[in-house]
Design a protein around this ligand. Structure first.
Ligand SMILES: [Zn+2]
Length: 257
């Protein structure tokens, strides 16, 4: 009897070599759940899968249920996103998005809006005339919100007040309790200081559309500090060490953070 099949629209998050010619693709399906499937012969130059299941591709995929992993049967490419593989900066800017998704999503556990967001963020990184890392930061913050890990950038986590985030100042912030802490509550929380500009920009990006974000000019220093902040947040709340962000700090920002 033939195995049951299903058709999914999915984004390729990761490719892992299997044996001589096969590839295991880690996918983000349209419902925000993760799917792993074997693309048999995908590393053969003659394979029809080879060019359709590249990293960052979006495709309609027919999979058959296998004993352990699903098996890719047919692939129709929807978006190749070649620019994300061929351009160093756009590629470096895309990697954190798929790394976070690959490490924070699970099989049979849907997350609403995550797929549409990821697709839009990668499209923005591929095409924006401005710094693609702004879309990276926005994509990470929005994905964290959809996954249930949204930092509170404006409301005190102790009392709900909104402390003034004056430009050029540093604001008390609790990574552990999840957001800004006002002066009155500071004594009851373990806090650190985060630039008010970083918190303001993160909040703006979180609540703007990716289309609006393409027109924003985020100062380079703020962008780097905001990505460092996001890296720490992901590490503390999701237990994920983001290799792609470490790569960015070393090779794009040339800092040793
Ligand atoms: Zn407070």
């Amino acid at each position: 009897m033939a195995s049951p099949t299903k058709t999914i629209t999915a984004l390729v998050l990761r490719r892992t070599k299997l044996g001589e010619t096969d590839v295991i693709v880690t996918l983000l399906a349209e419902d925000g759940s993760q799917v792993k499937a074997v693309a048999k012969g995908a590393r053969k130059p003659t394979s029809s899968f080879a060019s359709r299941l590249e990293l960052y591709s979006v495709a309609k995929i027919l999979v058959a249920e296998g004993k352990n992993l699903d098996i890719v049967k047919e692939v129709r490419l929807l978006e190749g996103n070649e620019a994300l593989r061929n351009d160093f900066f756009r590629s470096s800017a895309s990697a954190p998005i798929v790394e976070l998704l690959a490490k924070s999503t699970y099989e049979n556990q849907p997350t609403a809006r995550l797929f549409a967001l990821s697709r839009a963020a990668l499209h923005s990184i591929a095409t924006t005339p401005n710094d693609p890392l702004v879309a990276t930061l926005a994509g990470l913050l929005k994905a964290l919100a959809f996954l249930g890990f949204r930092p509170s950038f404006t409301e005190c986590v102790g009392c709900g007040d909104t402390p003034e985030l004056a430009e050029g100042t540093r604001q008390t912030f609790s990574f552990f309790d999840g957001g800004v802490v006002c002066a009155r509550c500071a004594a009851h929380h373990e806090t650190t200081l985060v630039s008010a500009g970083v918190l303001q920009w993160c909040n703006t990006l979180l609540y703007s559309t990716l289309q609006e974000i393409e027109a924003y000019q985020v100062p380079a220093g703020v962008l780097e500090e905001a990505l460092v902040f996001t890296n720490e947040w992901i590490h503390l709340h999701l237990g994920i060490s983001m290799k792609s962000l470490t790569f960015l700090f070393k090779n794009v920002f040339n800092s040793s953070i």
